[in-house]
Design a binder for this molecule. Structure first.
Ligand SMILES: *Cc1c(COP(=O)(O)O)cnc(C)c1O
Length: 427
């Protein structure tokens, strides 16, 4: 494949945008090479600036669950745009999408819309702190909750001590309120709670991790967290920015049968426009301004274009059929990839839940950040570029899942499996 124009555009972008990108993972730093500039997309395909066609397994990191430029979503945005794009006043469509979201997701009465997943998680934690009147939070290594200060934390010295900043600009003061736990390790969480008695406002996690590959919760893990939260007056916050409206109509809460106290959304809920949201039962949500004392606001929150896209998307997803279809396709891909990787003697572990799937180049089970990091990154780099050369676009990092979209045909999946077969022989 030729990437002449993408390369030229990247050089130009680098002059005026740090690293040439507006979000770091787009820059191909983990895999090397030049990022591909996309010109347009339709259904399961990306069309780049050099005229290449790629089968897309990222779906804009999740949102395009029905494929790109999905007609009902696009039309809703066009019609709305003709009537004005922002008012800073309430609009009826905000209530419509809120009503629909509340009807689809278990255990929530009210929802507040924001502009990104980052904002949703940041606001959820503030709400949890305001509600419980406690200050510390527990997060898990390898779970991503956006780039607000409280979440850019790595393990400090010793597992039961404070976290430390993992980005310059995050203060030690902020870091000391975030405790870092190991995913799928209930005893570790118990020890943290024990060592910080009556100080923990919430435990926040991806109920199915999607930012260190796809890592499903072990049986009993979420149930155990729920119980620990109940007995210690801690709120359980599910960051469903990735899993919400992807794993099921009601997200991971529905699929796995666990109730969270606060749920965060993003990605799919905006239908491809910048939207996030957080939701909870009345007793918690009523603590938010203007009803309660916990402040949270946004000039463009509930923006009519964003709400039109989100509402059209949620309407499309308000049936179990699409999730069943996605599930079957992903299972088919899973079996095909496993078959050819095995036939070519490539060490691998494939994790999957619903339409989230990840290929790890290691043999042992991948259950947390540490085991995910054991994957062979050189093999991944070769695999990534090999697949790209075959016209298959997967995330340019071994720590990302693939996110399937329902526009993918079985023929696309077969092509992908064939590509994997071909590339496997070179690894
Ligand atoms: C993408 C993501 C976020 C951040 O959302 P942005 O819209 O990028 O700010 C937060 N949490 C999870 C689980 C995500 O996957």
């Amino acid at each position: 494949m030729i990437y002449k124009r993408s390369s030229a555009l990247f050089v130009e972008a680098e002059q005026v945008i740090p690293g040439g990108v507006n979000s770091p993972v787009r820059a191909f730093k983990a895999v090397g090479g030049t990022p591909i500039f996309v010109k347009e997309a339709k259904g399961a395909y990306l069309y780049d600036e050099d005229g290449n066609t790629l089968i897309d397994y990222i779906a804009s990191w999740g949102p395009m669950i029905l494929g790109h430029a999905h007609e009902p979503v696009i039309n809703a945005v066009i019609e709305k745009a003709k009537k004005g794009t922002s008012f800073g006043m309430p609009t009826e469509i905000e209530t419509k999408i809120a009503e629909l979201a509340v009807s689809m997701v278990p255990n929530i009465d009210k929802i507040r819309f924001v502009n990104s997943g980052t904002e949703a998680c940041m606001s959820a934690v503030r709400l949890a702190r305001g509600y419980t009147k406690k200050e510390k939070i527990i997060k898990f290594a390898g779970c991503y909750h956006g780039h607000s200060d409280s979440f850019l934390i790595q393990a400090g010295s010793g597992a039961v001590t404070f976290g430390s900043p993992n980005s310059p600009g995050v203060t030690k003061g902020t870091a000391k309120d975030t405790l870092l736990a190991t995913y799928n390790d209930l005893d570790n969480v118990k020890a943290l709670i024990e060592a910080n008695k009556d100080e923990i406002a919430c435990i926040i996690l991806e109920p199915v991790a999607g930012n260190m590959g796809c890592i499903p919760p072990k049986p009993g893990f979420l149930e155990g967290l729920r119980m620990l939260c109940d007995t210690n007056n801690i709120l359980l916050v599910f960051d469903e920015v990735m899993t919400g409206f992807r794993l099921a109509k009601g997200g991971a809460q529905e699929l796995l049968g666990i109730d969270a106290d606060i749920v965060c959304f993003g990605k799919v809920i905006g239908g491809g426009l910048p939207v996030g949201a957080f939701a909870a039962r009345n007793e918690i949500m009523n603590h938010l301004a203007p009803l309660g004392p916990v402040y949270q606001a946004g000039t463009l929150s509930g923006n009519p274009l964003a709400m039109a896209a989100g509402l059209a998307m949620l309407k499309e997803l308000n049936s179990d059929d699409v999730f069943e279809s996605l599930n079957k396709k992903t299972q088919y891909l899973h079996e095909g990839l496993a078959r050819v990787l095995k036939a070519n003697n490539v060490n691998h572990t494939i994790n999957r839940l619903g339409s989230m799937i990840s290929v790890h180049f290691c043999e042992e089970e991948v259950v947390d950040f540490e085991t995910s990091a054991k994957g062979n990154n050189d093999t991944f780099k070769k695999f990534f570029h090999g697949m790209l050369n075959e016209g298959v676009y997967i995330a340019p990092s071994a720590f990302e899942s693939w996110f399937l979209n329902d526009a993918l045909s079985y023929e696309d999946l077969d092509k992908t499996i064939e590509a994997c077969d071909k590339v496997s022989k070179t690894l």
